[in-house]
Design a protein around this ligand. Structure first.
Ligand code: KIV
Length: 275
């Protein structure tokens, strides 16, 4: 059954934890979808884990549409949420609605995600008024890395915690159907989760959130540039892949691959008749 914003909301009411993973292409979306995950996020983290940038700031609308379209084709049941890239919604409410619309119309997503709290309330309201569900994202919002002066835990002091709580209430009030809390102290994330009607999805925000999200390259140890504290390696697929690549190289070099079962034969003596 296709997950929707309503089924995600119901999961909060029933204390059934929401699961979300990122995906950026068809094959991985299909694999993740078949595992029963509730939501697939086409994150702008693709800038780092797929395209090799040092942050998410260079990701374009065209990048997001291209990857979202591939993921949408592979996700039968999971709710597909597409990230709005840097400068696709900050510039104006008009831009926000047009670009959210493109991710739905051209990308095939069911919802969009954007970063920010009180400052993006007009954008959230306008997108929701256009019948597009919005996931909000507060705490460590990677598109603000230059303003934050690095990737740092947010909401530690009383002033910052109050600001984060105000952001959470503001995005709920504006109509967001869920909110991602990234790199927020666990106590604060649990407090906010208890106060909001909409689900909170944590990443580096402890176990008190209504759901969790991880970047799949992180959880499978496919990305080794750095490892944030909140990442758990559920498997070392990176190592398995390296071993498989090494086995391929060695079998090609020593002639054991390809074997007869991997090639095609000709009927009759065609070769003998070639001149
Ligand atoms: O871009 C992304 O993958 C995200 C998650 C880390 C929440 O925004």
């Amino acid at each position: 059954m296709k997950n929707t914003v309503l089924t995600i909301q119901k999961q909060k009411e029933e204390h059934d934890k929401i699961t979300m993973l990122t995906a950026y292409d068809y094959s991985m979306a299909k694999l993740i979808d078949s595992s029963g995950v509730n939501c697939i996020l086409v994150g702008d983290s693709l800038g780092m884990v797929m395209l090799g940038y040092k942050d998410t700031l260079s990701v374009t609308m065209e990048d997001m549409i291209h990857h979202t379209r591939a993921v949408s084709r592979g996700a039968e049941n999971a709710l597909v949420i597409a990230d709005m890239p840097f400068m696709s919604y900050q510039t104006s409410v008009y831009d926000a609605v047009c670009n959210a619309g493109r991710l739905i119309k051209e990308g095939g997503a069911q919802a969009v995600k954007l970063e920010g709290g009180v400052s993006v309330v007009p954008q959230i309201k306008a997108i929701v008024d256009s019948s597009i569900p919005v996931a909000a994202h507060i705490g460590l919002t990677p598109q603000s890395v230059n303003a934050f002066g690095g990737f740092k835990v947010q909401g530690k002091s009383l002033r910052d915690a109050q600001r984060l709580y105000d952001d959470a209430k503001a995005v709920e009030e504006a109509g967001a159907f869920c909110v991602v809390l990234e790199c927020v102290p666990a106590e604060l994330a649990e407090f906010i989760s208890g106060k909001l009607r909409i689900p909170t999805i944590g990443i580096g925000a402890g176990a008190g959130c209504d759901g969790q999200v991880l970047v799949y390259q992180d959880m499978l140890k496919l990305f080794s540039d750095f490892k944030p504290k909140f990442v758990k390696h559920f498997a070392d697929i990176g190592q398995s892949m390296k071993e498989a690549f090494a086995a391929y190289i060695s079998e090609v070099k020593n002639g054991t691959f390809p074997a007869p079962e991997h090639w095609f034969e000709m009927a009759g003596d065609v070769i003998g008749k070639l001149n």
